[in-house]
Design a protein around this ligand. Structure first.
Ligand SMILES: Cc1cc2nc3c(=O)[nH]c(=O)nc-3n(C[C@H](O)[C@H](O)[C@H](O)COP(=O)(O)OP(=O)(O)OC[C@H]3O[C@@H](n4cnc5c(N)ncnc54)[C@H](O)[C@@H]3O)c2cc1C
Length: 444
């Protein structure tokens, strides 16, 4: 049984209206803001990939129960809707010396990610969600000898995993992207490219009938007891069982404080290219580049003829990033864009936005039961489309008393290790990021 506990929640998410992915969609219908008193069987806090999957799965498994999905803002304007839209199956470089253990763990991660992709695909197909879903893989791009070395190391890791890939030379990279910026590339087939805001809006709008979705309704306080009581500015919501699916913000709900590293990263989207610019650029109509250097730049060409740029990590102890950091990131995006596309001097960045990520020191997620009838799934370390989705689905299955091989993987996974004291984190992370940005050089 829970010892009764009251938590005032702060900070709350603060999202501007600069998210290009959302801004280019038709205007949203008015939000269903929570008002008055409500009682549900389950409440899921957070409408990103994790919470959307958790609410859907709870509703599927418990059709006679009521499920509430509550979000602080508009679904689509959150990190989920601000991301770069790479639903990745195989993400990591293997760095440990104990390859056998590391390979086993990496294979588990890939299995989880693919299960997340499968769940998303199923919902997208069933409800015909228009989100520019493209199963076309990703290309890791290098622009320097160091980048090429990183690609070589990555292909070695893929060999160890028995994974499929293809090396691409500079000519092929130009055929794909239209620019001769890249000197080499490595293609892996498992990634799905999507319009993220369109996908999460579609997921929210096609929830089963027993799910109530509240938006623009930040949870400002929670009382943990035999029944969990949530407060917003204009509502009180009770439910016996609550799932925290609000990523880094979960750490402000009384659990895992001092375990989650709050980071922001930034995206920019150009205006649509003119027919003339499309002809000058050449290349394929849709592609996605992941940087060979993790501190490099992700780039996409979207099907509606825009270019996406994503780079810069900044430490955000307040969990939100400010306007000055956004403007600084925009300057970096300008440079990254001009370096890659000098043939498009008049193509401007139309939107630049930031979004929160939650990392842990040891790369481990928050998953499972935190207290009696209080569960969480968070901290998916920057690959949240596939991983957040599968972990949201699995936490709902856990809550519903199910068991499976995938659930066992998540139950047995490590948990985030405790952070160093705040002043050390501030200095250490900022210095680390500055060095890695510098080392990325032209890859940025
Ligand atoms: C610019 C950028 C690019 C990225 N690119 C990729 C990519 O290409 N591929 C990929 O896999 N990942 C990418 N990511 C990471 C990805 O966005 C996250 O991993 C993913 O969104 C995590 O999903 P989530 O549901 O766990 O959390 P979130 O998407 O952060 O959702 C959490 C939700 O909780 C809500 N919330 C928080 N506090 C409260 C409260 N008090 N009350 C109510 N609601 C609350 C928030 O409003 C939010 O909607 C990127 C992230 C950014 C910022």
């Amino acid at each position: 049984m829970n010892a009764a506990r009251h938590i005032d929640v702060a900070p709350l998410p603060r999202m501007d209206n600069r998210n290009g992915w959302l801004e280019i969609l038709p205007p949203l219908p008015p939000a269903n803001v929570a008002t008055g008193s409500h009682a549900f069987d389950y409440v899921v806090i957070g409408g990103g990939f994790t919470g959307l999957a958790a609410a859907r799965r709870l509703a599927e498994l418990n059709p006679d129960s009521s499920v509430c999905l509550i979000d602080a803002g508009r679904i689509g304007n959150n990190a989920a809707g601000r991301c770069s839209g790479f639903a990745i199956d195989q993400a990591h470089n293997i760095r440990a010396t104990d390859f056998a253990v590391e390979i086993e763990s990496e294979k588990n991660q890939i299995t989880l990610n693919r299960a997340g992709q499968d769940y998303l695909r199923d919902v997208v197909q069933t409800h015909d969600i228009d989100c520019d879903w493209r199963e076309q893989g990703k290309v890791h791009g290098a622009a320097t000898p160091r980048g090429q070395e990183l690609l070589k190391a990555y292909s070695g890791n893929l060999d160890l995993l028995g994974a499929e890939y293809e090396h691409l030379d500079a000519t092929r990279m130009k055929q794909i992207t239209g620019t001769n910026f890249y000197t080499a590339g490595l293609f892996t087939p498992g990634t799905i490219l999507i319009q993220p805001a369109a996908l999460v809006r579609g997921l929210a709008e096609t929830m089963p009938a027993n799910v109530t979705v509240f938006e623009d309704s930040p949870v400002t306080a929670i009382d943990y007891d035999q029944v969990q009581r949530l407060r917003t500015a204009s509502a009180v919501i009770t439910a016996p069982t609550v799932i925290l699916a609000n990523n880094g913000f979960a750490s402000r709900f009384g659990f895992y404080d001092d375990h989650i590293i709050p980071i922001s990263t930034f995206g920019s989207l150009t205006r649509q290219m003119t027919d003339e610019e499309i002809a000058i650029l050449g290349g394929e109509i849709s592609w996605g580049i992941i940087p060979a250097d993790p501190f490099g730049t992700s780039v996409r060409r979207t099907a509606d003829n825009r270019i996406l740029i994503r780079n810069i990590y900044s430490y955000s102890p307040d969990l939100n990033s400010g306007e000055d950091t956004r403007l600084w990131a925009r300057g970096k995006h300008e440079r990254s864009f001009r370096n890659r596309f000098p043939m498009l001097p008049k193509l401007e960045l139309e939107y630049t936005w930031g979004g929160p990520l939650a990392l842990s020191r040891n790369g481990a997620p928050v998953f499972g039961k935190l207290a009696d009838r209080v569960f969480a799934s968070a901290c998916h370390n920057g690959v949240g489309i596939a991983r957040g989705t599968i972990c949201g689905k699995l936490i709902a299955e856990d809550v519903s008393g199910q068991d499976s091989g995938l659930l066992q993987i998540m139950r047995n996974a490590a948990r985030p290790s405790k952070l160093l004291p705040a002043f050390m984190m501030h200095i250490g992370i900022r210095a680390n990021f500055a060095v890695r940005r510098m080392r990325a050089g032209r890859e940025l």
